[in-house]
Design a protein around this ligand. Structure first.
Ligand SMILES: Cc1ncc(COP(=O)(O)O)c(C=O)c1O
Length: 498
């Protein structure tokens, strides 16, 4: 099938650097064309699969755009006929349809839907989750069975700071990692992600600057922006964030705090060198600027272990955060903040305003898991399994994607792969999804927007025996894209022949 002239003629170009996610850009382009009569009432929209391939976006992007058009009352889905334009004016659309995504605030940029969530046949390198075989399920089940037998756990809401027994158990884990702390400096959160929102709510006033690495975990800059911050990224190289560039950003922007992931950074997998850790602490202490240190990948170490910023923090400027999601199970939704006592009351009141306290039940499960020694037993085989997956992925990429350039990470969950020119990450993400493998385009992690020539591959998410097939599919996607870039006629031909 050839793309109908009406849709080919729209000339839609996605802009990954724009504030709006791509599916909303497409929604706006299509709804404008419908209102202007360029797409007539009664016209059939192209199938999601074909349109996605034609536009070089993921299928979930087109699905989401069609969903919005339906919510606006401009389009209706018919069994056997697909999506059809039924009105050219939302005011004349049937009542009761609210275009929620278009109403979203500027700060709360909606997330692009994840393709793996909607297509179980995809081999997933895209999301930062653990494959079920990596989760210590038997020990967690035992801890859960014990936790539900404790009537106290079932009837009481936990304190704002979290269950004292769990905080004590975490203090032991932290001590083993070189962080000395006390009960009054530990706050349990609903995952590390809530920890970021707690910090944001406690410290950010609208218009404040926050500085972070670029690229970085997108959940962080979303949380900071939602609290009204202007977020600016600082460049990284292979050793992590550049201290000179960071100092420059402190001089220029005077940020409220700096957010860093020094240990097996997301998305690059990099480890900030010890020398840079010391320099950055010195610089931030001089500027009296707190550091929010994400240590959520800190225990997933294959080789050299470096002290965390918190472990080196003589000045008391670091708020350190951890999580059970990356090493035990994301289903617990548990994280923790370890902060200087002077800021704890601010964090506690922000936490209380969000959800009063973290569920006592999952806290009791994690407490039982840690105290039974299961975590200490889990970590060595878990690390070995992840290292084997990393090696399997590197080996498969060398065979199937020889044009990708990557450095073997020494821990964490991610491989950060540089694409051959002129490929862009967002088009590789879409082409890979079309071939049945999900990867995360680097654009998602850029706090300042822009295009990216990197993709993130999570080797923890697929089954071990799917890794080679996933790399093979990715290789096919890369070859198809290069062909299209090299030869515009090949692009037209590939659509004419579908
Ligand atoms: C750096 C970082 N922080 C926080 C999170 C979210 O963690 P949690 O599941 O504990 O909320 C992620 C998830 O990928 C992450 O990479």
């Amino acid at each position: 099938m050839v793309m109908p002239a009406t849709f080919a003629g729209l000339g839609f170009q996605s802009d990954p650097t724009a504030h709006q996610p791509i599916y909303l850009q497409l929604t706006v382009a299509l709804s404008d064309a419908i209102r202007a009569g360029r797409i007539a009432v009664g016209a059939r929209l192209p199938s999601e699969r074909l349109y996605a391939q034609y536009l070089g976006v993921s299928r979930t992007t087109v699905t989401a755009a069609y969903h919005e058009l339906k919510a606006m009352g401009l389009v209706r889905g018919y069994v056997g006929r697909g999506a059809v334009v039924i009105a050219d004016d939302p005011d004349r659309a049937p009542a009761g349809t609210v275009p929620w995504a278009l109403l979203a605030s500027r700060l709360a940029r909606p997330a692009q839907p994840s393709s793996t969530a909607t297509d179980p046949a995809l081999i997933s390198f895209g999301d930062g989750w653990l494959h079920p075989s990596l989760t210590p399920s038997a020990a967690l089940a035992a801890a859960a069975a014990t936790a539900v037998e404790d009537p106290q756990v079932l009837i009481e809401a936990a304190q704002i700071f979290g269950l004292p027994v769990l905080r004590e158990a975490l203090i032991d884990v932290l001590r083993a990692n070189g962080v000395r702390t006390t009960l009054s400096e530990v706050l349990i959160t609903g995952g590390a992600q809530q920890g970021l929102n707690v910090v944001a709510r406690a410290l950010i006033s609208p218009g404040d600057a926050v500085v972070c690495e670029s690229p970085t975990w997108h959940g962080a800059f979303r949380a900071f922006r939602a609290a009204g911050a202007e977020v600016a990224g600082v460049a990284m190289d292979r050793e992590g964030v550049d201290p000179d560039a960071l100092e420059d950003a402190l001089v220029r922007l005077r940020p409220k705090f700096v957010y860093l992931i020094p240990t097996f950074h997301c998305p690059t997998g990099r480890l900030l060198s010890l020398e840079r850790r010391r320099r950055i602490l010195e610089i931030c202490a001089r500027f009296r600027t707190p550091i929010v240190e994400s240590h959520v990948y800190g225990d997933i170490v294959f080789g050299e272990r470096l002290p965390s910023l918190k472990g080196l923090d003589a000045a008391g400027i670091v708020i350190h955060q951890g999580s059970a999601s990356k090493t035990i199970s994301p289903a617990l939704r548990l994280g923790w903040l370890v902060a200087p006592r002077a800021v704890m009351n601010l964090l506690a009141s922000a936490k209380a305003s969000l959800d009063l306290s973290t569920p006592a039940l999952t806290q009791a499960v994690l407490n039982g898991f840690l105290r039974s020694g299961a975590y200490a037993r889990h970590l060595p085989p878990f690390r070995a399994e992840l290292q084997a997956r990393r090696d399997a992925l590197l080996a498969a990429l060398a065979v199937h994607c020889p044009d990708l350039r990557c450095v073997a990470p020494q821990g964490g969950l991610y491989l950060w792969a540089q694409l051959p020119k002129p490929l862009r990450a967002h088009e590789v993400e879409a082409a890979a999804a079309y071939e049945g493998v999900s990867v995360r385009g680097g654009e998602a992690f850029l706090p300042d927007g822009g295009t990216s020539s990197h993709i993130r591959l999570c080797y923890a998410a697929p089954a071990l025996d799917e890794i080679a097939a996933g790399a093979q599919r990715l290789g096919k996607a890369l070859r198809t894209l290069r062909q299209r870039h090299g030869d515009p006629a090949a692009r037209a031909a590939s659509f004419a022949s579908v």
